[in-house]
Design a binder for this molecule. Structure first.
Ligand code: PGA
Length: 257
C-alpha cells in the first residue's frame, strides 16, 4: 500500500464575485470548513478579490490561488499580472492553461509552458489544466492530445521542481456542462497523465498531484475522488456557493490507496 498524496480541492470562481461578495463568501465558508488536516483547500478568486480574500484567509489553513498569470516578471505588458505580483499578494497556487483561456484567449501549449515556468520561477505552485474536447474524444485522439498538453506545458521543468506541480485533467466537454466524466473515464486519463509524468520526471513524478475538474458537485465528489489516481478536484460553478463548496470539500477521508 502506498501513501496517498494529500488531496487538493480548489474552487475556481472564474469571472464571478466582486471583492465585497468574495469577503462575504469567505466569512460564510471558513466556519463550515473547519481545519481540514488530511486535505488541502484553496480558493481562486478573480484578481480584484485576491487582497480581500487573502486578508480573510490569514491564519486559516485555506490557501489562495490565482486563475492566471503572465509569463514575464515585469515590464510593458498592459493589463497583465505577473507571478511575482501574485506571490506578493499571498498566492500559493496558480491555474495555467485553463480550457476557457485556451478557447477565448487562444492560449496555446507554448503559452501554457511559458506560464508554468514563470509560476515556478516566482515560487508559485502551478496547476496546469489539460483536457480533450468532444471531437477529440469522439475521434479517439483524447489520449494523444492530453499527453501533448502535459509534455508541452511542462517542457523545460527540471525534475527537482516536479514536487511543486499539479495537473488538472479537465475534459472540455465536462467543464461547465453538468456532464462530469465518470470515475472510470477519469481514472483512465489520470493513468495516462501519470505515465507521461513518469516519462518526464522519473521518480520525481510521484509527488505531482493530478486533479479532476469538470462539473464536480457535492453529488459526484465521492465517486470522483474515490477513483484511482484522482488526487483532488478543481471545482468551477459549484464552488460559487459557500455551502456547496464546503460539502464538496468534506468528502470522506482517504489517506491510503
Ligand atoms: P465547472 O468548471 O466545475 O463549472 O465545470 C471547472 C473548471 O473550469 O475548473
Amino acid at each position: 500500500m502506498t501513501q496517498r498524496i494529500r488531496p487538493l480541492v480548489i474552487g475556481n470562481w472564474k469571472m464571478h464575485l466582486t471583492a465585497s461578495e468574495a469577503a462575504a463568501y469567505v466569512r460564510s465558508l471558513l466556519p463550515r470548513l473547519g481545519s481540514p488536516i488530511d486535505r488541502e483547500v484553496a480558493l481562486a478568486p478573480p484578481f480584484t478579490a485576491l487582497a480581500a480574500v487573502a486578508a480573510l484567509l490569514k491564519g486559516s489553513d485555506i490557501q489562495l490561488a490565482a486563475q492566471d498569470l503572465f509569463w514575464e516578471d515585469e515590464g510593458p505588458y498592459t493589463g497583465e499580472i505577473s507571478g511575482v505580483m501574485l506571490q506578493d499578494a499571498g498566492v500559493t497556487y496558480v491555474l495555467v492553461g485553463h480550457s476557457e483561456r485556451r478557447w477565448h484567449m487562444e492560449e496555446t501549449d507554448r503559452v501554457a509552458g511559458l506560464k508554468t515556468r514563470a509560476a515556478l520561477r516566482s515560487g508559485l505552485k502551478p496547476v496546469l489544466c489539460v483536457g480533450e474536447d468532444e471531437a477529440e474524444r469522439a475521434s479517439g485522439r483524447a489520449e494523444k492530445v492530453v499527453r501533448a498538453q502535459v509534455a508541452l506545458g511542462l517542457q523545460g521543468t527540471p525534475p527537482g521542481e516536479a514536487s511543486r506541480l499539479q495537473i488538472a485533467y479537465e475534459p472540455v466537454w465536462a467543464v461547465g456542462t453538468g456532464k462530469a466524466a465518470g470515475a472510470a473515464q477519469a481514472a483512465e486519463m489520470h493513468a495516462v497523465i501519470r505515465r507521461e509524468l513518469h516519462a518526464m520526471f522519473k521518480n520525481a513524478a510521484t509527488g505531482v498531484r493530478i486533479l479532476y475538474g469538470g462539473s464536480v458537485t457535492s453529488h459526484n465528489i465521492d465517486e470522483l475522488i474515490g477513483a484511482p489516481g484522482v488526487d483532488g478536484v478543481l471545482v468551477g460553478g459549484a464552488s460559487l456557493k459557500a455551502e456547496e463548496f464546503a460539502r464538496i470539500a468534506a468528502f470522506p477521508p482517504r489517506l491510503e490507496r
